[in-house]
Design a protein around this ligand. Structure first.
Ligand SMILES: Nc1nc2c(ncn2[C@@H]2O[C@H](COP(=O)(O)OP(=O)(O)OP(=O)(O)O)[C@@H](O)[C@H]2O)c(=O)[nH]1
Length: 739
């Protein structure tokens, strides 16, 4: 029929007067506007040429311009649409046609938005809103505010978008504008989803879908289906998402909406890739990308490039993945849409990590984290922190890995516990009870119908057969009731099982996280221990003493018994000769054996430290200083009597010299020397032991009050002569050489 009408109108067109031609073209454009946009576009073009050739500027001309611009936007002919919208604005101003002027500004805003010029779009829409308010056109104002909210969303200003949408909602309801109500709910759903408020998002979008279905508005249904798909995807329900995207693709094809078709194809490809269906994914992706490139839609191209990059990541072609991700990143950054700017960075970090390029992996993951934090997308952020932890771990930076991992698990818990489970359960329960109510209502209706039929039949039949019929009816009703009860029991069981599975999932996740933490903490402890140990002798090193001793001294009460600290410095005699004669390896072996002898002689609670080279320090804690000479002598004798193995199978004898001093340096009076200075005094004693005879020990048991550290250091023999120092030694006092 439509074809026939078209045919006869087209035939009539040729011979008609200009006036008649205009009315035929108007009819062709209006009738085909929705059902066949390319056809309508072609005739709108002719119509406008006709108007312009006759110099017309009236209402009909403006209407044609508006139709034309709208059709061109729908077909992706943005430059042409913009030119017509500008003509419309000029014409509308000339005729003081406010509504049309607002309409033209709106169209220009939409074009700027599609071209990703969000500042420009915001400017057009704000001008349109101001115009609407100025001329008291509330309906038009609300329409434009809705467009502004969309721009806020694109700019990543989510809080502003939500606030504006919520202020629009009551106005839309008051005006009973179902169409706009559906759109407002849709975009609200998208913004919620971007804030990881997925349940609220799903809730409003499903309501919006109902509205659009009741309005039979397929275009809006198509857009909603796409967004619902995205939300299912974010919730990890990828099969539901796939079904919804396929429904959305069918509708886009039916509507000849190429942009939506491309979007659905790219979305389908991404899910198929997740499911491991690489071949169909590649086919859909290249179909979608071809359309996106034709439309020059930067966001879509960037999304498609991301999917391709992910494909190459899976295939371990990291160079290709990097190349595609950098293209996607450049496009996303130039379009200013932050929501598409995270993914390429995430993929780059993965690819660089796989290539062992930690610096670049860190660079991109940190950028991704900054952007995701700005967008307040917690679920995304939590994944990014996990990736960051993996990078640090691979780099051996366990402390940083641990803290990134902690951040990941905090965020993960926030998203998980964001009452998500409760809300999901509530939502599910609400849907189920709605369905149940509907079923019960349907059964009740059925029964009513049956009852009426039964009444009718009753009048026709005799009493006896009616009685039998009645019994049968009661029986059927009972069976129906029984089936209802069984169905309800079954649903409840199913629900319980689902809840169990969910809580098991949470437990498993928590266990996994705990195990990971223990692993990282263990690695961290090993690293700490290594940094405090000497690699050759496995004794403690200087760093250990600096870390431990101040704390020990602080925890020792000044007035307690047996609370002396004795610092012994030990040095092997003529060790250089051993190295020179038997080689460095033999020297190393002797150092190790010497360390073992130290461990035999001293208590396990004493600190045995490799002080440097062939010099060692022992710190004996919590002891009576009167016992120090016995320990020094025992070590001297043990070393003297020991046969040190050297690498060639033979053994040699060695001796050592020892100097020691006690802390606190005075007893009962306030101490003069710090523990560091006490070690310096022990060093003077060691030096004197070497100088006097070697294979000997000299110690300072205590100092007289008011002895100066400088005096001791500059000339010990004077302090000894003045009886300011109490010396104990294996050498006779008059044989000690101090200088
Ligand atoms: N094999 C080996 N030798 C070391 C190590 N650390 C230091 N040395 C050597 O130890 C020797 C110390 O020599 P000197 O300081 O002259 O002292 P000495 O020969 O022991 O003589 P006195 O201490 O005066 O009895 C040097 O030859 C160092 O090279 C090590 O880890 N392994």
């Amino acid at each position: 029929n439509t074809a026939d009408t078209r045919q006869s109108l087209e035939t009539e067109l040729n011979g008609a007067t200009p006036q008649r031609q205009i009315s035929i073209l108007q009819q062709l454009v209006t009738e085909n506007f929705k059902s066949d946009p390319p056809y309508a576009l072609q005739h709108a073009d002719t119509l406008i040429s006709l108007f312009e050739s006759t110099g017309a500027t009236g209402q009909d001309y403006l209407e044609a311009l508006q139709q034309m611009a709208t059709l061109q936007v729908g077909q992706g002919l943005l430059d042409e649409a913009k030119a017509n919208a500008e003509k419309l604005a000029a014409g509308a101003q000339l005729l003081a046609e406010r509504n049309r002027h607002i309409q033209s500004l709106k169209t220009q805003g939409v074009i700027a938005r599609i071209q990703s010029d969000y500042d420009g779009a915001l400017d057009y829409f704000q001008r349109a809103a101001a115009l609407a308010r100025q001329h008291d056109l509330p309906d038009a104002a609300v329409q434009v505010e809705y467009e502004i909210a969309i721009i806020y969303y694109f700019m990543g200003k989510h809080a502003d978008a939500i606030e504006l949408l919520k202020s629009i909602q009551p106005k839309v309801e008051q005006a009973n504008n179902q169409l706009l109500a559906g759109k407002v709910l849709n975009i609200l759903g998208i913004v919620y989803a971007n804030q990881s408020r997925f349940e609220e998002s799903l809730d409003v979008m499903l309501t919006a879908l109902e509205i659009q279905k009741s309005l039979k508005n397929k275009g809006a249904q198509q857009a909603l289906l796409n967004n619902i798909g995205v939300t299912y995807n974010r919730l990890g329900k990828i099969r539901q998402a796939l079904d919804i995207y396929i429904e959305s693709l069918d509708l886009a094809v039916e509507l000849k909406d190429v942009q939506s078709e491309a979007l659905a194809l790219i979305n389908i490809a991404a899910i198929q890739q997740d499911l491991g269906d690489y071949e169909p994914a590649q086919a859909n992706l290249s179909r979608g990308m071809a359309i996106a490139r034709q439309l020059n839609d930067k966001n879509l191209i960037a999304q498609g490039l991301n999917s391709s990059a992910e494909y190459y990541l899976v295939k371990a072609d990291f160079a290709k993945a990097i190349q595609l991700s950098i293209q996607a990143l450049t496009l996303a950054d130039s379009s200013g849409d932050k929501t598409t700017a995270v993914k390429p960075r995430q993929n780059l970090a993965k690819a660089y990590l796989a290539q062992g390029d930690i610096a670049n992996a860190l660079l991109y993951i940190e950028q991704a984290i900054t952007i995701a934090a700005e967008l307040e997308n917690k679920s995304n952020l939590s994944k990014l922190y996990k990736q960051l932890a993996d990078i640090y771990q691979q780099d051996g930076r366990y402390a940083e890995a641990l803290s990134a991992h902690k951040r990941y698990s905090e965020l993960n818990n926030e998203v998980f516990n964001n009452e998500s489970d409760k809300k999901m359960a509530a939502l599910r329960a609400r849907n189920e009870s709605l369905q149940k109510d509907r079923k019960i209502e349907a059964m009740a209706n059925e029964q009513k119908v049956q009852a009426i039929q039964y009444q009718n039949e009753l009048t026709l039949r005799d009493q006896v057969s009616a009685q039998a019929e009645f019994q049968r009816y009661i029986f059927a009703a009972l069976i129906t009731l029984l089936l209802c009860v069984l169905f309800m029991i079954y649903r409840r069981r199913l629900q319980t099982r689902l809840n169990k599975q969910l809580s098991q999932l949470v437990k498993d996740r928590t266990r996994e996280l705990a195990a990971k933490h223990i692993e990282l903490e263990r690695a961290y402890t090993v690293m700490e221990t290594q940094s405090l140990t000497d690699q050759l002798t496995k004794l403690h090193n200087r760093r250990f003493l600096m870390q431990k001793l101040p704390e020990d001294l602080a925890n020792t009460p000044a007035d307690a018994n047996e609370q002396d600290f004795v610092f012994l410095l030990l040095d092997l005699d003529n060790f250089k000769q051993v190295n020179d004669t038997y080689g460095h390896t033999a020297g190393d072996l002797i150092l190790i054996q010497f360390s073992d002898l130290m461990k035999q002689v001293f208590r396990s609670s004493d600190y045995t430290i490799r002080w440097g080279g062939e010099e060692f320090l022992v710190v004996m804690r919590h002891m009576n200083r009167a016992n120090a000479p016995a320990y020094a002598e025992r070590l001297r004798r043990t070393v003297e009597q020991h046969n040190f193995d050297i690498a060639d199978g033979s053994s040699i004898n060695m001796t050592c010299s020892i100097g020691f001093a006690c802390f606190p340096d005075t007893q009962g009076e306030s101490p003069i020397l710090s523990w560091n200075q006490v070690i310096d005094v022990a060093d003077i004693c060691l030096y004197a032991a070497k100088k006097s005879q070697r294979n000997a020990w000299i110690g300072v048991e205590k100092l007289a009050a008011h002895t100066g550290f400088q005096d001791l250091i500059s000339d010990m023999s004077l302090s000894v002569a003045a009886n300011q120092v109490k010396i104990v030694s294996s050498i006779a006092a008059d044989e000690i050489v101090w200088d």
